[in-house]
Design a protein around this ligand. Sequence first.
Ligand code: NAG
Ligand code: NAG
Ligand code: NAG
Ligand code: NAG
Length: 374
Amino acid sequence: MPFEFRSLMFVIVTLLVVFFILADISEIEEEFGNHGGASRLYLPSFQHRPNRSIAMEIDPTPRAILGGNDAPLLSSRTAPSSSVWSFNRTLSNLIRKNILKFLDAERDISILKGMLKPGDVIHYIFDRQSTTNVSDSLYRLLPEVSPMKNQHHRRCAIVGNSGILLNSSCGPEIDAHDFVIRCNLAPVEEFGGDVGRRTSLVTMNPSVVQRAFGDLASELWRGRFLRRLRGLEGSVLWIPAFMAKGGEERVEWAVRLILQHALHVRTAFPSLRLLHAVRGYWLTNNVLIKRPTTGLLMYTLATRFCEEIHLYGFWPFQHGPQGNRVKYHYYDTLKYEYTSHASPHTMPLEFSTLKELHSQGALQLHTGLCDTTA
Ligand SMILES: *[C@@H]1O[C@H](CO)[C@@H](O)[C@H](O)[C@H]1NC(C)=O
Ligand SMILES: *[C@@H]1O[C@H](CO)[C@@H](O)[C@H](O)[C@H]1NC(C)=O
Ligand SMILES: *[C@@H]1O[C@H](CO)[C@@H](O)[C@H](O)[C@H]1NC(C)=O
Ligand SMILES: *[C@@H]1O[C@H](CO)[C@@H](O)[C@H](O)[C@H]1NC(C)=O
């Protein structure tokens, strides 16, 4: 009897585990497939002290959030002040060293030509049972050497896409960095004064092709897409092509256009281990993210090749520090439920971690207006 009971319990527990794994996979699929957010970039994280009471404080469950208040996780509604911020090089070096135990951005930022050949079958990272073949076009766009090889920059800006950037006048300040990272091909031209114009590296989830460029279905959309890429002028275009099924056609169209028009962009396709490694780093540091946003991914990578990291456009709340309404993206009308349980990301948690890192001097989080007189 007890033996049968134990067997039954074992089966039940196994089923539960399988269920939770599948649930996790489907969430992940949602983002990187054609379904997900054009760009849910924003906020990264790090809880320096693995302390249970802190973990509870930042617990992003709806229970803690349902008050209708957008920013209940923050100790105050005031934006971090940059006037008192000072860079802590020791801490920044320590973080770089710890992240290197999980991944090496120089290597993991892209698969290289020598690692694959056309026709190779790849299992999607979050969707192991689905596969895709490496097309000739995609193979041709794999770099020979890492686009970040031997790159070291003193000051880097990572630009998230939050509407908090509107009317910030931060453009010139952002452009003054040595290396500027942007997310999901967010437009710059029309917003230059607030978001800057320079781009050193920009990400492109396959879903962006659908969401921001009409699936390249007409000459008009293809023209817009080409103009956007031409504006990159030789910077790195980072395409997470093998995360989840659903985006392969879009990647293929994009890749063919790049070849057909001999566009001067340096394409990169993240390694198959990158996402798990990034998540592993944060989980190990007790930041219990479900899945890193593009913004957090970029911060994690940037620690490898940037000394000082400055974040702009990270703000996962519907209202700004002064209570003003803040758009999800600075450039479109997309709405997003930051604290929804169904959301694949844990943005407020990532943000509170970033704030913590900001106050420790590991990075600088810019959420206010920029000084244009400087
Ligand atoms: C966690 O932090 C709180 C306050 O910072 C402290 O009172 C508590 O002792 C810490 N707990 C552990 C397990 O370190
Ligand atoms: C910088 O960070 C290190 C490591 O966390 C810490 O020991 C040191 O006190 C910090 N320095 C300052 C000036 O805050
Ligand atoms: C992918 O490659 C496999 C083996 O080379 C082949 O059998 C399959 O038909 C290919 N699938 C596609 C969609 O090209
Ligand atoms: C930005 O400033 C303009 C002009 O003052 C104003 O019309 C607009 O509402 C502001 N936008 C935001 C998001 O604050």
